[in-house]
Design a protein. Structure first.
Lengths: 109, 246
């Protein structure tokens, strides 16, 4: 993802989702811990499932980039591609650290 | 007090269930979410449901199998919501009797619009009624078949019940209103309201294909719903109407 490293990355999200977005992002942070553990054990199938779920849910919450990372993670787990999985985990970590959610009334991602 | 539509979502991802539940509840629906096929049947046996939102990949049973089994005994409107968004997956989903198909990731507003559209399409009087007057109490007879409008029930020439999905019922009703007239895909889309929810008119081809199977037609040489190349479809049968019992 190309972006400036200095400021936060603003993500516009539908205001009607304001109550559930924080817990969704918190779940993704928990996923990072799970993914690191799975990768260490070479446990690729649950990583594929996590990637699949991120792919399906991210865009719905307004985080299209999480869907993109999830899609790549699902593919990488299927191919047992450790290098790509590490890259996905690093990208998700950076994304979650950098985003700042802006709630808007008519946000359509 | 108006009744609140009850949506059942079947998805094993709690984040998806949470998203759909919260968004739809904020828009005036009641939502129940379950994670698998077992939960689906438990809810359906316990309480009325107005529409089902169904994921295809579930822990205990494939969503397509669930959809097909459901269609064997019910015309409950079904929208498939799945990460399997390839054309073939959509086609199979619609062939299995789903009323609509939305690939993940999805915007909840789009799902809401599709739910409303499917509910409207499967409940509201069709435009053909407005043309021909109210037909709430009509029974159609054609080629040995019977379509009872009040009960929305189709009977075969052998008097067996044949279940129709909401969109199949709507499509058959249009053909019965215009027997022996060629109807273009555009006309069928307009009359069936499908235009609102399906962006491509190949959907009509799929729906006609499904309806032919319900009518036990040989897809290579259909006798009842014939394809008129370059123009559309025609129901080739003498249609008679009688008054329903209700």
């Amino acid at each position: 993802m190309n972006r400036e490293q200095s400021g936060p990355l603003l993500v516009h999200v539908d205001a009607s989702l304001a109550e559930i977005v924080p817990s969704y992002l918190e779940n993704r942070r928990k996923d990072l811990t799970l993914l690191a553990d799975m990768l260490q054990k070479g446990d690729f199938e649950p990583m594929r499932v996590l990637g699949h779920r991120m792919k399906g849910s991210g865009g719905g919450y307004g985080f299209v980039h999480i869907s993109d990372i999830g899609r790549r993670m699902e593919q990488a787990a299927l191919q047992t591609n450790t290098t790509e999985l590490l890259a996905c985990i690093a990208e998700l970590t950076a994304y979650l650290d950098q985003i700042e959610v802006v709630y808007t009334e008519t946000a359509l991602s | 007090m108006p009744s609140v539509d009850h949506i059942l979502i079947v998805d094993d991802d709690p984040d998806i269930c949470n998203l759909v539940s919260r968004f739809f509840e904020k828009n005036g629906f009641r939502v129940t979410s379950v994670a698998d096929g077992k939960g689906l049947w438990a809810v359906l046996n316990r309480e009325p449901v107005d529409l089902l939102v169904l994921d295809l990949i579930l822990p205990d049973e494939d969503g397509l199998t669930l959809c097909r089994n459901l269609r064997a005994s019910s015309n409950l409107p079904v929208i498939i919501l799945s990460s399997r968004g390839e054309d073939l997956d959509r086609i199979i989903g619609l062939e299995m009797g789903a009323d609509d198909y939305l690939p993940k990731p999805f915007h909840p507003r789009e799902l809401l619009a599709r739910v409303r559209s499917v509910l409207r399409r499967t409940r509201d009087p069709q435009p053909t009624e407005k043309i021909n007057g109210t037909e709430e109490n009509v029974v159609y007879h054609f080629a040995g078949w019977t379509l009872d409008i009040p009960t929305r029930q189709l009977y075969s020439p052998q008097k067996e019940k044949v279940f129709l999905s909401g969109s199949e019922f709507a499509l058959l009703r249009i053909f019965l209103n215009f027997p022996n007239q060629v109807l273009s895909r555009e006309q069928l889309l307009e009359y069936s309201y499908a235009k609102e929810s399906e962006p491509f008119d190949r959907t009509i081809d799929m729906q006609v294909s499904r309806l032919r199977r319900r009518l036990r037609e040989d897809s290579r040489t259909p006798e009842l719903i014939k394809t008129v190349r370059g123009l559309g479809y025609v129901l080739s049968a003498r249609v008679e109407k009688s008054e329903g019992s209700s």
